[in-house]
Design a protein around this ligand. Structure first.
Ligand SMILES: Nc1ncnc2c1ncn2[C@@H]1O[C@H](COP(=O)(O)OP(=O)(O)O)[C@@H](O)[C@H]1O
Ligand SMILES: Cc1ncc(C[n+]2csc(CCOP(=O)(O)OP(=O)(O)O)c2C)c(N)n1
Ligand SMILES: [Mg+2]
Length: 318
């Protein structure tokens, strides 16, 4: 099967699976065309996933497609953007039909679930890796950034943290049980918090998605906003599965693990009461923004958390 036949067979059908009418022209031309409605800004971001780094070697292609699209789309959620379309640059060693069948099926399921349509891409031969560029829109000037946090703001996170990191040791293991399955599901099927992100427009002072670990990602908000924070580690939302399986290490996974794809959000306390109950119940307050720089664990005096960083691809070569 040649490159063009492969695209026609596996990827072109997905182009019709549109998230919105905003995709004027999809797969098949030199570029795709997206129409930006008046009064909205285009929000876009790219993320790469490499075999053995972001996903296990010989990873199930359906899971790979979901995980890669979820991770990329999660950046739109963090900005409060409504997803529209994405491009996919896929490098693969062999164009195996069963692999491509399963990959395209996983991609179709994920793109439907997140309301984002495949608009185009690039297919090349080489070591397995994928780059996904996602496009979304927000009302003009309303994108939630990392730089708006202010002293006194609440620090909140969605869902539970640490599950995907806790799952890493079970990826190749024979160990079963409902707790292990629950953690593995968080690794294989992360869900970008798109509705939550959109609901936080005009409410959140800053937001980021937790891909590298809470400490690292909250650290990005603090650095961009030129503030500090105090976090109560006892208030970190942990799943019962993680608590049972990881015991005392659960907090460590929640703080440093990454791959959560939850949102970490700051907002003025007055806005908390104005939030819809559905939005409030999706969030856990874990601390406060402070004017003093640094990230501290509350209840432990001066204990600094900021030096304990999350995932960094180049840390070992620094
Ligand atoms: N190779 C690059 N060229 C230009 N900008 C980059 C590059 N790599 C990362 N960035 C930018 O650095 C910022 C942080 O990137 P990253 O940590 O990957 O964010 P995220 O966790 O949201 O994916 C983003 O604004 C991203 O666009
Ligand atoms: C097989 C495997 N899967 C997942 C991980 C964990 N992991 C790999 S990269 C990463 C951080 C996120 O990746 P990055 O490229 O920094 O994403 P971005 O911040 O750009 O969204 C994490 C937590 C791992 N160590 N091994
Ligand atoms: Mg990135």
């Amino acid at each position: 099967m040649g490159e063009f036949e492969l695209i026609q067979r596996y990827f072109r059908p997905l182009s019709h699976n549109r998230g919105s009418e905003a995709l004027v022209l999809g797969i098949g031309d030199d570029c795709a065309v997206q129409r930006i409605p008046q009064g909205r800004d285009l929000v876009f971001s790219i993320d790469t996933m490499v075999e053995g780094v972001h996903f296990p070697t010989r990873y199930a292609p359906e899971k790979l497609a979901w995980r890669a699209l979820a991770a990329a789309t999660s950046d739109l959620a963090a900005m409060g953007a409504n997803p529209v379309c994405f491009t996919l640059a896929l490098t693969l060693p062999e164009p195996g039909e069963p692999w491509l069948d399963a990959f395209a099926k996983g991609l179709a399921t994920a793109s439907k679930a997140f309301g984002i349509a495949l608009a185009g891409g690039d297919t090349t031969r080489g070591a397995l890796s994928l780059s996904i560029q996602v496009h979304g829109t927000v009302p003009c000037g309303e994108a939630i950034t990392r730089s708006g946090a202010q002293g006194g703001d609440l620090v909140c996170v969605s869902g539970t943290l640490g599950d995907a990191a806790g799952a890493l040791r079970y990826l190749d293991s024979e160990i079963g049980g409902s707790d292990v399955s629950a953690l593995l599901d968080r690794y294989h099927h992360p869900v970008p918090r798109l509705e939550l992100g959109e609901a936080l427009i005009g409410v959140a002072s800053a937001a980021i998605d937790v891909s590298d670990g809470l400490i690292a990602d909250l650290g990005h908000i603090l650095a961009s906003s030129d503030v500090g924070a105090e976090v109560d580690v006892y208030r970190l939302p942990l799943s019962s599965a993680l608590k049972r399986l990881a015991g005392e290490r659960a907090v460590e996974f929640a703080l440093h693990g990454g791959d959560d794809y939850e949102l970490c959000v700051t907002l003025p306390p007055g806005k908390w009461d104005e939030l819809d109950e559905s939005v409030r119940s999706a969030l856990t307050v874990i601390g406060r923004i402070e004017e003093r720089a640094g990230l501290r664990a509350s209840g432990t005096g001066q204990q600094e958390l900021v030096n304990l960083s999350g995932f960094d691809h180049f840390r070992s070569v620094k």
